[in-house]
Write a protein that binds this ligand. Structure first.
Ligand code: SF4
Length: 391
């Protein structure tokens, strides 16, 4: 069976956070009491159970597992343990090649991290963002720089060998020097993976309103570019190779779960706002926590066949699939293997998108070597413009 005919990854969403960050537009909410969190866990387990009775695709052996959010570590160890037992019992947790749990500094301690290792997670991803308290405050993060470093140390002591830290550039009041200082400090922790994102000002978030109202200023374009340019250089010198637009790893330590997304392979997803993908269909659960909890109680095998308002299903035509596969694949520095695209979709990309690809080559945004098409570092910088070729 081909990889795209099986779920290669499983995602579980926890929509709770201690505090809503000022820039965040993810399906995550602060302020729900413990009683709702428990009902959510029960509802989530019900969704996992019912959907195992009629899987759209089989689960691949070693399919990756990812607990994301929100902040999964807002849940208790017992609650996380219950979700994992349900996944195992229902055949979704299938000796995963990698099991990641996202954690926020400020929501973990040595005991909790150790318990998560014992439950079966072998990788953790920490939302560090910055190691400057002023910048963390400007983002509305709940933790301090000291807590972030402490959480990394504790994760190591708990036995996590594979640790990712998320870093952010373009934060209000951030300078090239302060960003460099954050990178230097994080590199001293000898992590095997760093995700380095630029802050995206999402419409409707408090930060966007503050910037629009002139109360807060973002670093200007030149400063942002210097941070961007520095990231790849500094991380490469430290042995962390860029393998995706925003992701860097010691070779062999890349995130297997995220590679499933970039290779456009199917994954199952559970929980509020979670989005499953079968290769031909995308199914997105409601982002409303209470509606999800109520709907899950009524979930049955027959209800799974109908679109009950509990989720939305989007059918992807072949052209959309090809376009999405190209865009996702070009995010990786390895680029897209056009032979594989031909096997999967029966299309010769160089013929069908010849003119568009030639324009990318002429602008030095992409390069083609044999049957591999990849973006140049210039193309990666302006990824969205390069992706337009396939829309
Ligand atoms: S911790 Fe993450 S998910 Fe939660 S509010 Fe902050 S950015 Fe959003």
């Amino acid at each position: 069976m081909e990889r795209w005919e099986q779920f290669q990854g499983v995602y579980v969403h926890t929509p709770f956070c201690l505090q809503k960050c000022l820039y965040c537009d993810f399906p995550s909410y602060a302020g729900f009491p413990e009683e709702v969190r428990q009902r959510y866990v029960d509802a989530l387990c019900r969704e996992i159970e019912v959907r195992s009775l009629q899987r759209e695709l089989p689960v691949a052996e070693n399919a990756t597992m990812y607990f994301g959010g929100g902040t999964p570590t807002v849940l208790t160890v017992e609650q996380i343990g219950k979700i994992v037992s349900t996944l195992k019992h229902c055949g979704w947790w299938n000796d995963p090649a990698e099991a990641t749990v996202e954690a926020n500094p400020g929501t973990v301690n040595a005991g909790k991290l150790k318990a998560l290792r014992e439950i079966g997670f072998d990788r953790t991803s920490l939302g560090v963002q910055s190691l400057q308290n002023k910048e963390l405050l400007a983002l509305g993060r709940v933790h301090t720089a000291e807590q972030a470093l402490y959480a990394i140390e504790e994760a190591k002591q708990a036995g996590f060998r594979r640790i990712n830290a998320d870093l952010m550039s373009g934060i209000p009041c951030q300078t090239v020097e302060s960003f460099r200082d954050t990178m230097d400090k994080i590199l001293q922790m000898n992590l095997s993976h760093i995700s380095a994102y630029s802050l995206i000002l999402e419409e409707g978030t408090p930060l966007e309103r503050m910037v629009r109202g002139g109360k807060v200023q973002l670093p200007d374009e030149e400063v942002s570019y210097n941070m961007y340019a520095m990231t790849t250089d500094v991380l490469a010198k430290a042995g962390l190779q860029r393998y995706e637009i925003s992701n860097y790893a010691v070779p062999g330590e890349e995130s297997l779960h995220n590679i499933v997304y970039w290779h456009y392979e199917p994954y199952a997803a559970f929980g509020v706002g979670a989005c499953s993908f079968t290769g031909t269909e995308r199914r997105t659960n409601t982002a409303d926590v209470l509606r999800y909890i109520q709907g899950s109680a009524k979930l049955s095998l027959s209800a799974l066949k109908t679109d009950s308002g509990q989720w939305q299903t989007e059918h992807l035509d072949r052209k959309t699939q090809i376009s999405e596969a190209m865009i996702m694949g070009l995010r990786m520095t390895d680029g897209v293997n056009l032979q594989k695209i031909q096997q999967r979709f029966g299309i010769d990309i160089l013929e069908s998108y010849g003119k568009e690809i030639q324009t990318l080559l002429d602008r030095k945004m992409a390069e083609c070597e044999g049957r591999t098409l990849r973006l140049t570092s210039y193309g990666m910088r302006y990824g969205n413009r390069a992706f337009e070729a396939f829309i």
